[in-house]
Ligand binder design. Sequence first.
Ligand code: FES
Ligand code: FE
Length: 440
Amino acid sequence: MSRGGFVVNIADLVDAEAGTQNRRIFWDRDVYELELERVFGRCWLFLAHESQLAKAGDYVVTKMAEDEVIVWRQEDGSIKAFLNQCRHRGMRLCQAEAGNARSHACIYHGWQFAADGSLKTVPLEQSVYGPRFDKRQWGLREVPRVESYKGFVFGCMDPDAPTLPDYLGDEKWYIDIWTDIPGGIELLGPPARSIVHTNWKLPPEGFVGDVYHLGMTHGSILKVLGAPVVDFKSGMGMQATSRYGSGHAAQFSHHSSMRDQISPELADMVPPRRVEDVAPEKGEAYANLYTSMWDGTIFPNCSYLIGLNVFKVWHPIGPDKIEVVSWVIAEKRMSEEAKRRMKISVNRTFGMAGILEGDDMDNFEHSTQPNQGYFTRQGTLNAQLGHGLARLDPDYPGVVSDMVSELSIRGYYRFYADCLKSKNWQEIQHNSENWKEQLL
Ligand code: FES
Ligand code: FE
């Protein structure tokens, strides 16, 4: 029996072509359990940035959905990830958030695990365990796939998933724009953390392409800051979505002016970007995004906002609660003082008490909690803005539309539905084959 009091029919949860979603996907415990298996158990999930794991022995503790993992730099320079649980009686192994260690000893009975996951020492092994005990069988459980793209380390629980570059697909073109800069980028930590009472899909949905909310939700704060009133006219920017999941870019063609007004101190810290630096080699489309303020999501639960320089992961904690983890995106070439000031500045907009974060999280909580009502949660939600106006553009990967559209939201839930109804990656790929036709 589901939390909603009715049995879930997976095929009814999302209508990809109509652009509607059943409210149960934001509340129902059965749907959530299916998401843990078929979304988070299959997709590549952000683990860490290589800048957090510079030396052998560096580790961070993070989550893949609700599974805690230790991400650990190995002696040979590779990165491995393990479930953060002692194999003896199940104690959380590493209690710290990050650090450097050659091994971790469990604080319950003292089993000690090496950085490669092997069980190294066991107290009283010789005197009380006897000959049948084989330490080699009791190493940490390893995340089967760990790969990096442009310094971003992802893990995947499904050995049969496509490679990370294949999974990112069209999104790579967009990621390259904000990572391929002189000297590279890094994530400044330690990350800020907060708990929000919302379903985990609503924040990434906002980041894939909800420009529509700006004027209403943030209208008062934009007015106070003297930022330009958002004029939703056609041709002002673009939005894109790709095969495996999210819409990736909500672009504002002339948006650096808005960034400068929302966060003028940030404009001083970030080295200037000029169209003429990249346009000759990369083309006008690339150059426009290179100098713009825009945002995106890597399906399922990792989002970024370029211009205000925030990078976020939305970890689910049940169907109606998340942990938000936020880093600052900095350029490595910036001075330490500029990075310090940048953290303060980014916290002012998208930190846990940021002036824009608060507006958004309030919306997400109040879009989740009403589903507690038995009749309320039996409705459908509408993401039909710009329906029928999507197109292909030779300059931009994916399916695109004008900036103010819900194309990317439809794209997000289209792939989400493919995950839920498919038993394995082979089926996901088969079900995704006509993704463009579903969105155009
Ligand atoms: Fe870890 Fe016993 S639970 S050593
Ligand atoms: Fe917002």
